[in-house]
Design a protein around this ligand. Structure first.
Ligand SMILES: NC(=O)c1ccc[n+]([C@@H]2O[C@H](COP(=O)([O-])OP(=O)(O)OC[C@H]3O[C@@H](n4cnc5c(N)ncnc54)[C@H](O)[C@@H]3O)[C@@H](O)[C@H]2O)c1
Length: 251
């Protein structure tokens, strides 16, 4: 039985993870972490990781970048694997995660869905063939509650395109302040926020007389929650410290 802690357990994603775990006979949720606390869940909820004294195989985190310090301290002190699904980390926090991964196994992905991670491979292939002569634009759409923009997934897609297009790139997030034609090295990234859109990512390769688009639409949060649970199962078998991601699951 895989013992899991859900960080951010009171949030939209945390609740979906809890529901999927409850239906999975191989998984037991031993605790939740959430600043809000709670007395009415089927597992104990702690407002700080330091309060938990039991044992767990992995922490699945869908919370906030503000939770990172406490989670890293907990993981290092107890040698518990971390599955970080939270987005919006600062570059300093990303470095902190890298340093912690020298001591404890850490899985991190800004998008836990299988489809997006296959899409990243398609983007790399397309960018390697078209990147020299086609303009690359990324458009992402999310619900009105999302706080970070552009999405971590849009940045992952931009990084995949940049790593394969064969020339220097510059990410452009807004065009309203400049009045000049588009430069070849630009990768445009646009964020749309509204309603309850779970998550859409569209990559446009616009060439002369030809446009190619690759699009992923998330229809429910379950795809992310299930991906995070699969990641936790994977991490339970990992003994070496290190930084892991979906590329280890999508083979
Ligand atoms: N990697 C992925 O596939 C993926 C998919 C969906 C969402 N996300 C990310 O997951 C995060 C959560 O998304 P959500 O829609 O569930 O948000 P949400 O606001 O509904 O839930 C966040 C929860 O975290 C709790 N929280 C906030 N700060 C905390 C702290 N310092 N310590 C402990 N708990 C804290 C809140 O009380 C809340 O219950 C976001 O960063 C989002 O972008 C990632």
């Amino acid at each position: 039985m895989l013992k899991i802690i859900i960080s951010g357990c009171n949030g939209h994603m945390g609740r979906v993870v809890a529901d999927l775990c409850a239906a999975d006979p191989k998984v037991e949720v031993v605790a939740g972490f959430d600043v809000l606390g709670s007395n009415d869940r089927e597992f104990p909820v702690f407002t700080s990781p330091a309060q938990f004294t039991g044992e767990a195989d992995a922490v699945i985190d869908f919370s906030s970048p503000a939770a990172l310090d406490g989670l890293l301290d907990f993981a290092k002190a107890t040698k518990t694997a971390l599955v970080l699904a939270t987005t919006g980390y600062t570059p300093e926090q990303v470095a902190q995660i890298g340093a912690a991964a020298c001591e404890v196994p850490v899985f991190r992905s800004a998008n836990m869905s299988l489809g997006i991670n296959v899409l990243l491979e398609l983007v790399k292939k397309a960018a390697s063939v078209l990147g020299d002569s086609y303009d690359i634009e990324i458009v992402e759409r999310h619900h009105r509650r999302k706080v970070d923009a552009p999405s971590g997934t849009a940045l992952m897609i931009a990084d995949a395109a940049a790593s394969s297009c064969g020339h220097e790139t510059e990410y452009v997030y807004s065009r309203h302040e400049v009045r000049q034609p588009r430069d070849k090295k630009e990768i445009g990234i646009s964020a749309v926020r509204g309603g309850t859109i779970v998550g859409e990512h569209e990559i446009i390769f616009a060439g002369h007389d030809e446009v190619m688009e690759i699009k992923h639409t998330a229809l429910s949060r379950e795809i992310f929650a299930q991906g995070a649970i699969e990641a936790a199962k994977f991490m339970a078998g990992v003994t070496e410290p290190g930084l892991y991601d979906m590329s280890q699951l999508v083979k």
